[in-house]
Design a protein around this ligand. Structure first.
Ligand code: GTP
Ligand code: MG
Length: 452
């Protein structure tokens, strides 16, 4: 790494929103444009994360971004599946994402997962903007490839403009219903107080220059101090996903937000039962963008510095949890680092009661979100864990005295087949969905019907 010992890291941008509203397409557009600009080698697609350097951003954004105005190195985008919105978002000390883009389909407007993502953003106090996507689908739209929004807006008929305005104000109204003051981004003076709405099309690239310009401006203006890190220091990150990788066993896809991780480092990783202490076996990076579409091969690297997405192979990772902290030990007291990881995990821990429902979720972040939502609904929890619904969860639920507590609420998890059988035998009800509100709605309906 040729950067200064203390330098500014890339801000991490989470892209959130309802299923099919165009998160991945938007990133594809940015990546695609970058490739077209002849920068294929300069842009890296990491694990679910795409690093776009400043010079590439300024190529795409044209006169909207003058690289001389910025000293942040670029933006690291994290794509999230619609039903996974917050998996990637949570880490101790605030959100893993420094900033976020909430993607909303202009035709579809606010949907359950839009609200869910919004809740998380509010709770974690992550600054964000709204990308009002798919403007090219407004009937009669006259597309202007990759144009900034004002130019393409001027090129539309009055009727088209009116239709778009109506949709945009509906989105602004929805945000207002959620207690957030928002406006079209060019009218926003203070992005900390007001949410900017940027009309875009992931298909035609219209508005994408504006989106990048706003994200860069926001980061530079409000995030600069937080981006100052000790690049060479011991790495700190969050587990995005735990995955089996052929030839490497269990690996963790990790977003590194501070320091460096090296191939000879010792690591402490948050585990199901206790922190896992292990030695890095390999640091794996997907090949640059041009290849990743056709093959899924990784390149072993000696070290990676923040901010970056990277796959880490190490022994004993089977119990690692998505959303858990990862810390490099290097030259420090191992016990102290274990303590840090324990403290982070304790911070996320859910308060449980003597009686209540069993909760399962796919990541620590989603478990926390479920617990918060249940607390709001005044539903006590007897046990909350990350992982699929297993027979032992049925055992726990089956000991409840009250019928309404012989239940398991699962978010984004599978039901293991032997658990399903056990549940039937033990008369335990399972409620699972990939929208939190849905799980809780279903459960509440069940309780109401039972109490009638
Ligand atoms: P999940 O990852 O499943 O949550 O969806 P997503 O938000 O990543 O949506 P994705 O990018 O996969 O897009 C969903 C569909 O919408 C695809 O068929 C896209 O081609 C289409 N789409 C996305 N953006 C646009 C747009 O700006 N205009 C038009 N016309 N279609 C779009
Ligand atoms: Mg997607």
């Amino acid at each position: 790494d040729t950067r200064d010992p203390t330098s500014l890291r890339t801000p991490i941008v989470a892209v959130l929103g309802h299923v099919d509203h165009g998160k991945t397409s938007l990133l594809d557009k940015i990546r695609g444009s970058a490739v077209i600009e002849g920068e294929a080698g300069a842009i890296t697609q990491h694990i679910g994360a795409t690093a776009v350097p400043l010079d590439v951003i300024s190529e795409i954004a044209g006169e909207l971004v003058d690289p001389d105005d910025f000293d942040l190195p670029g933006l690291l985008f994290i794509d999230t599946p619609g039903h996974h919105s917050f998996t990637t978002l949570r880490s101790r000390g605030g959100a893993l994402a420094d900033i976020a883009i909430l993607v909303v389909d202009v035709n579809d407007g606010f949907q359950p997962q839009t609200l869910e993502a919004l809740d998380i953003l509010k709770r974690s106090q992550t600054p964000f903007i709204v990308a009002a996507n798919k403007i090219d689908t407004v009937p009669g739209w006259n597309p202007n490839e990759d144009s900034p929004i004002n130019a393409t807006y001027d090129a539309q008929s009055d009727r088209v403009r009116q239709t778009l305005d109506t949709s945009l104000y509906e989105i602004i109204g929805n945000l207002s219903d959620e207690g957030l003051s928002a406006d079209l981004y060019w009218r926003v003076q203070n992005f900390q107080r007001n949410i900017g709405v940027v009309p875009v099309s992931a298909m035609t690239g219209e508005g994408v220059p504006d989106l990048l310009a706003v994200m860069m401006g926001l980061s530079q203006r409000y995030m600069k101090e937080e981006m100052e890190i000790d690049v060479a220091g011991p790495g700190v990150g969050t587990v995005l996903e735990v995955k089996e990788e052929k030839g490497f066993g269990t690996t963790i896809d990790t977003v590194l937000y501070d320091g460096t991780i090296r191939a000879d480092d010792e690591l402490v990783v948050g585990g199901m039962n206790e922190p896992i202490v292990t030695d890095v076996r390999a640091i794996l990076q997907p090949r640059p963008l041009a290849e990743i579409r056709t093959e899924n091969r990784f390149e072993k690297v000696d070290s990676v510095s923040a901010a970056a997405g990277v796959k880490v192979a190490a022994p004993d990772l089977a119990d690692a949890m998505a959303g858990a902290p990862v810390r490099v030990v290097r030259n420090r007291d191992r016990q102290e680092v274990i303590g840090e990881v324990e403290a982070e995990l304790a911070d996320i821990a859910v308060d449980t009661a003597d009686n209540g429902v069993v909760v399962k979720a796919d990541t620590l972040g989603s478990l926390e979100a479920m617990a918060d939502a249940l607390e709001e609904a005044e539903v006590p929890i007897v046990r909350a864990e990350v992982g699929d619904i297993a027979p032992r969860d049925i055992s726990v639920a089956s000991t409840a005295d009250e019928h309404k507590e012989r239940t398991i609420l699962g978010f984004n998890v599978d039901v293991l087949s032997d658990a399903e059988q056990r549940a039937e035998i033990d008369d335990v009800r399972l409620f699972t969905d990939d929208v939190i509100y849905q799980v809780i709605d279903e459960y509440e309906t069940f309780v109401e019907e039972m109490e009638r």
